[in-house]
Design a protein around this ligand. Structure first.
Ligand code: FAD
Length: 432
């Protein structure tokens, strides 16, 4: 379905331009989600401002394109800021100020005003009605065209130098741009070297590492059960307080699912320090305590002494997962409940309640991975997103030390930080 107001402009409408010391009001470095959102906001507030987006690659909004499996999970249906900020392992209370100024409802309204309706899925994720990320891209490109924002492709900025109340942006000897204000919206990168030119501006860097990945468990017998999942498992990392409840999925290489991804995000630094070698404990069944599980198993054993144990899965566990737990407890297929020894009973309980699994390595989640680390929020004036070290320099999006779990939270941060930076830049340009 085509949505009104969001067609026509394509990436071909924006050409590679060789710039020889041109002067602009705002240079946005990075043609991604945060860069476009900020540029559009600044242009709306200050329509006469000369705004240029500089993109290093030949593509615009390329992550938006592939996001959410090509559907773009734009945001998450979460109206309470206090709840929203809990979905960000990094960002903390500083995010309160930011989301207080531009929240999920504002995102929904922003797109609706431009003819892009969003729908909510059962789990709270929000997508365009079209289920097509191109709808979001078309919307941004159309807005950029309407507001006469200039876009330069193949313009990798590798140096920003403050000079006489403005900035010089270098790409190559010939490509130099002078800008009154600069917004850095270059996204995340798992390698420190990618941030070297930014560090030259005086900013520090919280070292970048991956977030949102699945756990590898080589030589694990469970890998023979790929695709099996439980809806309400609990995964805990041994030696830490990190634990999350939610769906757990067994894969060909180890463990995945929302509980694992959430754990990978909140534990990103810790597991990186362990070189991704650690132990997890999985609770496969939805019970509140070990005592409750013991009582339920005991009651069943007493009620059905002649029933085959392996043949009758309990707790709505998939048959093969239940059989795995029985095998771990040496309860083989021919055994009935009356024959289960105390030792086997305890082993079964242990496997269901805290199945110990060794993790060695990670696999980046193909749907949505982000960088943990970046420019610290403490070096910015919030909620304006302006550098405390270099006035006139702004930051938005994943280049900051902010990242969310899966579900639309990373884009919400890109929209919020972009909108805030764009608002402040637009207003301050009007004052010059
Ligand atoms: C496969 C995948 C799927 C995802 N799906 C979702 C999803 O559905 N929902 C969600 O919330 N999040 C999703 N994310 C995360 C989300 O895409 C990012 O958090 C978001 O795009 C960050 O926006 P950004 O503008 O900060 O950075 P980006 O979108 O990465 O844009 C940065 C831009 O800057 C350019 N650039 C970098 N350095 C320079 C330079 N020196 N000079 C000029 N240009 C430069 C880059 O080429 C890029 O175009 C997904 C991520 C991945 C990898």
């Amino acid at each position: 379905m085509e949505q009104k107001g969001c067609t026509f402009a394509t990436v071909k409408d924006f050409h590679l331009t060789v710039i020889k010391l041109e002067s602009v009001d705002l240079a946005v470095i990075g043609g991604g989600a945060a860069g476009f959102f900020a540029a559009i906001r600044a242009a709306e507030i200050n329509p006469s401002a000369k705004i240029h987006i500089l993109e290093k690659s030949g593509k615009l909004l390329s992550k938006v394109k592939i996001s959410g499996g090509g559907r773009c999970n734009v945001t998450h249906d979460c109206s309470h800021v206090s709840q929203l900020i809990q979905q960000y392992p990094r960002g903390g209370n500083a995010l309160k100020k930011m989301f207080g100024a531009f929240k999920v409802e504002d995102t929904v309204e922003w797109f609706a005003r431009r003819g892009v309706e969003l729908k909510v899925e059962k789990d709270g994720r929000m997508f365009p009605l079209t289920d097509n990320s191109q709808t979001i891209i078309d919307c941004f490109l159309q807005e950029a065209k309407r507001l006469r924002i200039q876009v330069h492709l193949h313009f990798p900025v590798n140096k920003v130098k403050a000079e006489e109340g403005a900035f010089l942006l270098y790409s190559s000897k010939d490509n130099v741009l002078r800008a009154k204000k600069v917004l850095v919206a270059t996204g995340g990168h798992p390698k420190e070297e990618a941030y070297n030119w930014l560090r030259e501006t005086g900013h520090s860097l919280s070292s970048p590492i991956p977030s949102l990945f699945t756990f590898n468990s080589p030589a694990n017998p469970l890998r023979k059960l790929p695709g099996i999942s439980v809806p309400k498992g609990l995964v805990r990392i041994e030696g830490t307080k990190l634990q999350y409840e939610g769906p757990v999925l067994i894969t060909h290489w180890g463990f995945s699912g929302p509980a694992v991804l959430k754990l990978s995000a909140f534990g990103a630094r810790w597991v990186h320090e362990q070189d991704y070698t650690f132990v997890i404990h999985i609770r496969w069944v939805a019970v509140t305590s070990e005592e409750e599980l013991r009582a339920q198993l005991k009651a069943y054993q007493q009620a059905h002494p002649k029933r085959l144990v392996q043949g009758h899965p309990l707790f709505e566990l998939p048959q093969r997962l239940w059989a795995y737990a029985c095998e771990q407890a040496e309860i083989y297929p021919e055994k009935v409940w009356a024959e289960v020894s105390r030792k086997s009973f305890n082993k079964l309980l242990e496997c269901l309640f805290r199945d110990r699994q060794e993790i060695k390595g990670k696999t980046t989640f193909k749907e949505e991975f982000v960088t943990c680390g970046g420019i610290p929020l403490s070096e910015l004036h919030l909620p304006q997103m302006e550098s405390r070290l270099s006035p006139g320099l702004f930051f938005a999006g994943e280049v900051l030390d902010v990242d969310g779990i899966t579900g639309g939270f990373n884009f919400q941060h890109a929209w919020t930080s972009g909108w805030l930076a764009g608002s402040h830049i637009g207003r301050s340009l009007a004052e010059i």
